[in-house]
Write a protein that binds this ligand. Structure first.
Ligand SMILES: [Zn+2]
Ligand SMILES: [Zn+2]
Length: 341
């Protein structure tokens, strides 16, 4: 079959690779759509140490082609979305229903062959049924670009009805965070991004106000004025400045949830202030299959409108070149040409 395969750092190309063979308990899936996320660009650039020969792609929607012995409840022809990692099912986190924190994960497209391919084999524990109303491209990105901010706002951030929420970084995750914060009952949503295009997207997604940190001499003070009373901040960038900006925007009792990944080491406010105001900082990683199922449900009933979330579809054969193009906020989905359906 055809797949996009990593070469040396910076290289990815369309190759013929061996057909995946599902083990017992696994299914063979025809990939209908695979989302391209920021992580894939880091993988192709060689930043994450993923070895040559790996097929990237961890945001996948497809159709089951074959089942194996031991598979129950799934049939050929079923449409599915994939959880982005194959988890062990036996560690503490898995048993506690927090498989996003599995101690022995095989992340698709990193430790295991991913979805930039015509077919993929996965265990049933990684499958989420894709409702008929949800198109392939949306089903692919739901597991990451939509379920990740959902997990961060609800499970980690414990968003309450009536709160003012600040979203820092209005890219793929942040725009969905704006929509989800509204859906979960936020009274006001403020989106922060230096890019005009991203701020416009946040307004379209339902932000009450947008804020350009680069237009201000003292961004922390200015954001505090705009975000007055904010008790939940979601940081989707992963840089020291943006984490510190998020902390500065919090009112007493506020929670900062950091989703943006990076290697920076942000500073806490002076402890007297941090403790006196009972601020807290949380990390949030990915989502669980149950949360993916929840967001797919919200999409299928029309509660969550993601009709603008996939801006570009490219065929697998022409997809290698997008990794050398500039990376805008537009979400791209790769579509293998040969659909069985
Ligand atoms: Zn991703
Ligand atoms: Zn586990």
């Amino acid at each position: 079959m055809k797949a996009l395969v990593l070469g040396e750092p910076g290289e990815i190309s369309l190759n013929d690779v061996a057909e995946p063979v599902p083990a017992d308990g696994e299914v063979l899936i025809a990939v209908d759509a695979a989302g391209v996320c920021g992580t894939d660009r880091h993988i192709v650039a060689g930043d994450l140490g993923v070895p040559p020969g790996t097929v990237p792609g961890h945001e996948i929607a497809g159709t089951i082609l074959e089942i194996t012995q031991g598979v129950e409840g799934w049939n050929p022809g079923d449409r599915v979305a994939a959880f982005g990692q194959v988890t062990c099912g036996t560690c503490h986190a898995c048993l506690a229903g927090r498989s996003n924190r599995c101690r022995r994960p095989e992340i698709l497209g990193m430790a295991r062959q991913g979805g930039f391919a015509e077919r993929i084999a996965l265990p049933t524990s990684s499958l989420i049924a894709l409702p008929d109303e949800v198109p392939d491209g949306v089903g692919a990105i739901a597991s990451d670009a939509i379920a990740t901010p959902f997990h961060a706002l609800t499970t980690v951030g414990r968003l309450q009805v009536g709160e003012t929420v600040v979203i820092i970084g209005a890219g793929g995750l942040g725009v969905h965070a704006v929509q989800l914060a509204r859906l979960c009952g936020a009274a006001r949503v403020v989106a922060v991004d230096p890019s005009r295009e991203a701020r416009d997207a946040a307004m379209t997604a339902g932000a009450d106000e947008v804020f350009d940190p680069e237009a201000e001499e003292e961004p922390a003070r200015a954001l505090r004025r705009v975000a007055r009373g904010a008790t939940l901040v979601l940081e989707c960038v992963g840089r020291s400045e943006t984490v510190e900006l998020g902390l500065a925007a919090l009112s007493p009792g506020g929670r900062l949830v950091v989703v943006g990944v990076g290697s920076s080491r942000p500073k806490l406010p002076p402890l007297g202030m941090f403790i006196g105001a009972e601020l807290s900082v949380h990390g949030s990683f990915g989502s669980t299959p149950s949360e993916i199922q929840t967001v797919l449900g919200l999409i299928s009933t029309g509660r969550l409108d993601v009709s603008r979330s996939v801006q570009r579809e490219v065929p697998l054969a022409g997809a290698a070149k997008i990794f050398s193009e500039p990376f805008g906020p537009a979400r791209t989905v790769i579509i293998p040409e040969e659909h069985p359906s």
